[in-house]
Write a protein that binds this ligand. Structure first.
Ligand code: KG4
Ligand code: ZN
Length: 332
């Protein structure tokens, strides 16, 4: 089955052709990130305006050189920014009407997980613990099959990606914050830094499956206020390093504890923060041979339409185009 996936939930515009939920025929992503760098974050109205301009060229590129015969169109219906979602959903409905094809509505959060099935000869098996770490979400799920899952816990305030983004902004490191903090953290050396600043690991030992990252941002703010060196490169690299260590320590510890307590042997990671190299290394080191770890390639961790098409294939809830509408606050 050949599916055209469309993704426009945030600032990316994506279109992809995926065969049988696994084989990527094409996967095109256009981002309006350049615009948001100037403002230090996304302005939803501007993101949607850019998506209106790029959606048709992106779909055309995904369908080229010759428009393939697709069996269905998959589109993100939520969660996300309403204006952005509308661009993808209305385009998908129009194509479904013209081509007389069904639509498969897709939950963006679940779609992130399906990046683990793409181009993977040994895809994850169930049951598994799924950790979704994106810009707006930090969620732990127990999955027992496609579309069969139990939500175990999530963040009580800021998501991991949101913490990276907000703290990067406080440090003047720009947007998106995760990659910016990762690059800066990589320059940190303990040896040349007197009085190394340590930051807390929020809720690392709490007796539940929840997270909280807003306190980390407050702790950084406190350090900035305490010093006259907040523009000093050593100070900034020290804080960036500790922020990355704190977030990755908490994510690894909590996900592993969840797997232990539920006696599940497979862990899958998904979402933009799963592209973080330090997080990937720490998971590999901590897991050893206790569990199997699945992580998509970094480019498939961040928003893309191939994951939308894969999710649609494995959860085939076909709908006529008339029944499809956006749901910005769609949950799990
Ligand atoms: O999944 P995603 O592309 O979009 C959402 O659905 O939110 O995730 C975006 C988030 C941003 O917060 C970004 O800073 C973070 O993922 N991110 C990273 C890295 N790449 C993207 N965080 C840490 N390290 C990275 N390498
Ligand atoms: Zn996402």
């Amino acid at each position: 089955m050949r599916i055209l996936g469309i993704e426009t939930s945030c600032d990316e515009t994506g279109a992809a052709i995926v065969d049988n939920g696994i084989n990527i025929v094409s996967n095109i992503v256009a981002s309006s990130q350049e615009l948001h760098i100037k403002t230090g974050g996304i302005i939803p109205e501007r993101a949607a305006r850019e998506q209106v301009k790029s959606i048709i060229p992106v779909i055309e590129e995904a369908l080229s050189p010759k428009t393939p015969d697709v069996d269905a169109i998959a589109v993100t219906v939520g969660p996300g920014l309403i204006g952005s979602l509308l661009v993808g959903v209305e385009t998908a409905k129009t194509l479904a009407y013209i081509w007389n094809k069904p639509i498969i509505p897709v939950n963006h959060l679940l779609a992130h997980l399906y990046a683990n099935w793409l181009e993977n000869k040994n895809p994850p098996s169930f049951p598994l613990i799924a950790l979704i770490v994106s810009g707006g979400h930090t969620e732990l799920l127990l999955m027992t099959g496609h579309g069969k899952y139990k939500w175990l816990g999530g963040t009580r305030d800021d998501a991991a990606g949101e913490a990276f983004d907000k703290i990067a902004r406080l440090l003047g490191l720009g947007y998106p914050g995760g990659p910016a903090i990762a690059v800066t953290a990589g320059k940190f050396t303990m040896r040349h830094t007197p009085n190394v600043i340590k930051l807390p690991r929020p809720m690392i030992n709490s007796d539940n499956f929840d997270f909280s990252f807003s306190g980390l941002k407050t702790a950084v703010l406190r350090e900035i206020k305490k010093t006259s060196l907040s523009h000093n490169q050593k100070f900034i690299t020290n804080i960036a390093y500790e922020v990355q260590e704190s977030i990755t320590d908490v994510l690894v510890e909590k996900a592993l504890r969840t797997a232990r307590e539920t006696n599940v042997k497979n862990i899958i990671l998904a979402g933009g923060v799963a592209a973080n190299q330090r997080l990937r290394e720490k998971f590999k080191d901590a897991i050893k041979d206790r569990c199997s770890l699945f992580v998509p390639s970094p480019s498939l961790c961040t928003d893309n339409a191939a994951a939308i098409a894969a999710c649609a294939f494995f959860n085939r809830n076909f709908s006529p185009w008339q029944k499809i509408s956006v749901n910005p606050s769609l949950g799990l």
